[in-house]
Design a binder for this molecule. Structure first.
Ligand SMILES: N[C@@H](CCC[C@H](N)C(=O)O)C(=O)O
Length: 282
């Protein structure tokens, strides 16, 4: 049996999108996803995203497997790609710009904008240690500028959940961070029982941050939407940036806003279709 897929990327964070609307179970296993994400022996991607029927009154459900086969709660770049994919699937029958998507992080609402960008209501950031989760502080406390020993060095970290866990550290120069060697040590640090995504942030201006990321389950990626949102929140909590800022990632910029009105995070960025193909064996 052949399974059709479409490859999308959001600022180089790339995904294999599968039309899974006729079943509430993903048509591929995590093991198959790992093979398809392989950049030498597969299609190559940071993850596989499934568009499933909506749950809890939503339009659709998103599920995603990282390239290591683990299942994260949310994916910011991925949900923009999903919105573009759904618009393509619906074609001329599409009658809305805004989708309510059920995810493991709750309902997330991406909106297709007239200029081709996708603006996403990413919901409320979660700040308590127990919600991240991390054992750096007691469960009911926030983790802001707390010391963490990684790779023989003391880092000051701030932790934020956007449904998935993020550990943020501010540095002088993101280019000088040896991401490949220290990224895994953050990801698997015993203080993060569900592992963590890790963002290194350089504050260029109060409204302009530079970011490099080591993603849980995917390693170095060119962009991470939830990571950019979590980093802006960390920047505000530590007094380093404004509530609206551009976050420059290796794959390009995202505009992030932490609304003073409803306290929700809004992320705006692109979603780009790359090609379509068929998986005949996996
Ligand atoms: N790249 C994504 C995040 C994907 C999930 C992450 N690797 C995790 O395990 O939490 C984004 O754009 O948010």
């Amino acid at each position: 049996m052949a399974i059709e897929f479409t490859k999308y990327h959001g600022l180089g964070n790339d995904f294999i999108l599968i039309d899974n609307r006729s079943s509430s179970m993903p048509v591929l296993t995590p093991e198959q996803a790992v093979k398809l994400c392989d950049r030498h022996f597969g299609i190559g991607a940071d993850g596989v995203i499934f568009a499933l029927p909506g749950e809890n009154g939503t339009d659709y459900t998103m599920r995603i497997f990282n390239s290591d086969g683990s299942e994260p709660e949310m994916c910011g770049n991925g949900i923009r790609c999903l919105a573009g994919f759904l618009a393509d699937l619906e074609g001329e029958s599409r009658n809305k710009d805004l989708y309510h998507i059920h995810t493991l992080a709750g309902t997330i609402t991406p909106q297709l904008m007239a200029d081709g960008q996708v603006k996403v209501d990413m919901g409320l950031p979660r700040l308590l240690a127990g919600e991240i989760p991390t054992t750096i502080a007691p469960a009911e406390e926030k983790v802001i500028n707390q010391p963490l020993e990684v790779a023989g060095k003391r880092w000051e970290v701030t932790c934020v959940s956007m449904g998935n866990p993020h550990c943020i550290t501010f540095v002088e120069d993101v280019a000088a961070i040896p991401l490949e060697s220290i990224g895994p040590q953050f990801e698997h640090h015993p203080s993060f029982p569900q592992r963590t995504n890790t963002e290194f942030i350089q504050v260029v201006r109060r409204d302009y941050l530079k970011m490099r990321v080591w993603e849980r389950g995917a390693g170095i990626t060119l962009a991470c939407g939830t990571g950019a949102c979590a980093s802006l929140v960390a920047g505000v909590l530590t007094g380093k940036c404004d509530r609206t800022a551009t976050v420059e990632l290796p794959g390009g910029p995202l505009l992030i806003e932490w609304s003073e009105v409803d306290q929700r995070i809004y992320m705006t960025g692109p979603a780009q279709r790359v090609f379509t193909g068929n998986i005949t064996s996996s």
